[in-house]
Ligand binder design. Sequence first.
Ligand code: SF4
Length: 437
Amino acid sequence: MAKTVAAYTLGCKVNQYETEAVLEQFACAGFLVVPEGSPADVYIINTCTVTSLGDRKSRQMIRRAKHENPNAVIVVMGCYAQTAADEVAALPEVDLVIGADSRSQIFALTEEFIKNKERQIVVHDISKLSEFEDLSITHYENRTRAIMKVQEGCNQFCSYCIIPYARGRIRSRSIESAVREARRLAESGFSEIVLVGIHLASYGKDTKSADLLDLIQAISEIDGIRRIRLGSLEPTLFTEEFTKAAAAIPKLCHHFHLSLQSGCDETLARMNRKYTTAEYKEVLDRIRTAMPDSAIATDIMVGFPQETDEEFEATCRFAEEIRLADAHIFKYSIRKGTRAAKMDGQISPQVKDARAKKLSSITRRTQQEFLERFIGTEVEVLFEQYHQKKKGFYEGKTGNYMTVCVPGDDSLEGTFCRVRLLEEKGGVLYGEIVGED
Ligand code: SF4
């Protein structure tokens, strides 16, 4: 009987991609990939360390996997494994700890462990790495949209962030390798590609042979790819030139995730972010002028060290002013080894909770206003799956990432339709199909 492998993934889209790529190594060697939560012979735990909650959840997943099958091999990879290898290896459940430069060898290392039962920590200093580790996928969990990693690492050193230590400096995938993978994905039936990286705006800055626009252009020439979506971006990427060129690529989705982190200039400076609120606003105006249906999403952090009530209120006012389509609000969390961890004026959990609640209520309101703007219009939807709560309804996404639901069944999966939008309820737009695209 074939051996089985299951994976637990925490964190961002880059981690999701890396899990898929690692599972493919096992599948190619004859392992059966089973869903998370099923008994398996090998568990891959792809961890996250962006907040202390990420560390805690990573440890919980390791324990949960061992509980599901006490005889299973437990392999831990990801950012928590890279930054706290000894801490992870000290957990009795763990057999292998794999660092950020050894993902491509996970299957071979697991086989070795199965033979000789020797626990190993394969984690190296990654601060000097300059080569992109080429992993690859041919399929993806969601059958219409595939995530593709094209960039690794970050050189920004925001004062709160541990990621440059977990991922190393910037490294870009070659255009040839990215195009090869995108072509394979198109042949497997994917019509939408999401390009992701740790600091995607840095794509090509290391190799200097091509930039992000060249990459988008090259992928947009592939038959079968109808949409290209970009992962999280630095707002400073959107110069006049970039915005104009991006607006001229018809396959590029008008959905941009631009990390804001704070709407107060003093806080941004302490965070070592490289823009001011005025510059951020200027970028939004530029994008909205060039691509008026653009949905702008963001991350905002509350409770950064020394954030006063006035500073937080400035962030709230800014969030009202810029009226985003979506926002992920999260609470600052101390990351050992970062500059912010040593700052005076750490904020209490109660204050962080209250601030997160207040800001979320503002961004929820602006999100609803954004969706309501489209009621009565016709949009193109790529259908993906049954609506989880409303029986008999099928849902998909627009280019600008609004969720749209229509009465229908799985014959809609993977199709592009024109939908007239009728109403908004709970963050979802309901409509009727008016034609196929
Ligand atoms: S840009 Fe800043 S927040 Fe983003 S990964 Fe780099 S250091 Fe972390």
